[in-house]
Design a binder for this molecule. Structure first.
Ligand code: HQG
Length: 190
C-alpha cells in the first residue's frame, strides 16, 4: 500500500474502531457507517476521501480490515474495536490450532491470567505462526503462543472468524496456551 493509502487506512481504523465522534459519525448497529456521510464529514475535516480512495484501501490492504456492504452504501471495520459494537458474527468451530502474537514483556501477566482483550472488545488470534509473529512485533520482541483452539471451543468458549487472518474470542485461559520455556525468555544466545 502506498503511504497515502496507508494513512487513509489508519484514519479509517481509528474512526471505525475507536472514535466515530472524531468525525461526528453515528455508527449503526453492526458498527456500520454511512459511506456518503463518512466521506462528507472527512472532507469537512480537511481530509482527502472519496469512494475510489475507499475502494483502493479495501483492495490494497493485505489484511481485510474493512467491509463494504453489498450495496456499497455502508462500511465497517471487521475487527479491532475498542468501542462497544455488536458485529453479529457467527460462532465458528476451529479445526486446528490458532496463534496469538504478543511481546516478551507481556508474558508473565499472560501466564497468570491468560489472554485478555485489554483495550479492545476481543482477543485477536491468527491462523498462522507467521501472521502472529507480525502481530507481536508491533509491541516489542515477538513471541508466538500457540492455542489449542478446538479444546478452547470444546470448553465452551465462543470463537469467531472475522477474516481469513483474524479470529476473535473474549478470553483464553492460560491452560489452552503453549508458553515458551521460562529459561529461554529474554535470554541471549551464548
Ligand atoms: C497483550 C492489528 C498483559 C496482547 C493486529 C497484545 C491484530 C496481555 C496486547 C489486531 C494480556 C494488546 C489486534 C494479559 C493480552 N496481560 N498483556 N493478560 N492479554 N495481552 O493491539 O492482538 O494491523 O490490543 O498479547 O494485527 O496485538 O490494526 O491487540 O500484545 O490483528 O489491522 O496485550 O490489531 O491489526 O494489544 O492486535 P492490541 P493485538 P491491524
Amino acid at each position: 500500500m502506498d503511504d497515502r493509502l496507508t494513512q487513509t487506512s489508519k484514519f479509517l481504523s481509528y474512526v471505525l474502531r475507536h472514535n466515530p465522534d472524531a468525525l461526528n459519525l453515528e455508527l449503526e448497529p453492526g458498527g456500520w457507517a454511512d459511506v456518503e456521510t463518512l466521506i462528507g464529514h472527512a472532507r469537512a475535516d480537511g481530509r482527502t476521501l472519496s469512494r475510489s480512495r475507499l475502494r483502493h484501501v479495501l483492495d490494497a490492504g493485505e489484511k481485510r480490515r474493512f467491509t463494504l456492504s453489498e450495496d456499497a452504501t455502508k462500511i465497517r471495520a471487521n475487527y479491532g474495536h475498542s468501542i462497544d459494537v455488536n458485529l453479529d458474527l457467527t460462532p465458528m468451530s476451529p479445526d486446528g490450532p490458532l496463534h496469538h502474537g504478543t511481546a516478551e514483556q507481556a508474558l508473565s501477566s499472560i501466564r497468570k491470567e491468560g489472554l485478555r482483550p485489554q483495550s479492545r472488545q476481543y482477543v485477536h488470534l491468527s491462523p498462522t505462526w507467521d501472521e502472529a509473529t507480525s502481530v507481536g512485533a508491533r509491541h516489542g520482541i515477538p513471541v508466538v503462543l500457540p492455542i489449542d483452539a478446538p479444546a478452547l471451543h470444546e470448553a465452551g468458549h465462543t470463537l469467531y472468524r472475522s477474516t481469513d487472518t483474524v479470529w476473535l474470542t473474549r478470553h483464553v485461559p492460560p491452560s489452552f496456551l503453549t508458553f515458551p520455556d521460562v529459561e529461554s525468555e529474554g535470554q541471549e544466545d551464548d
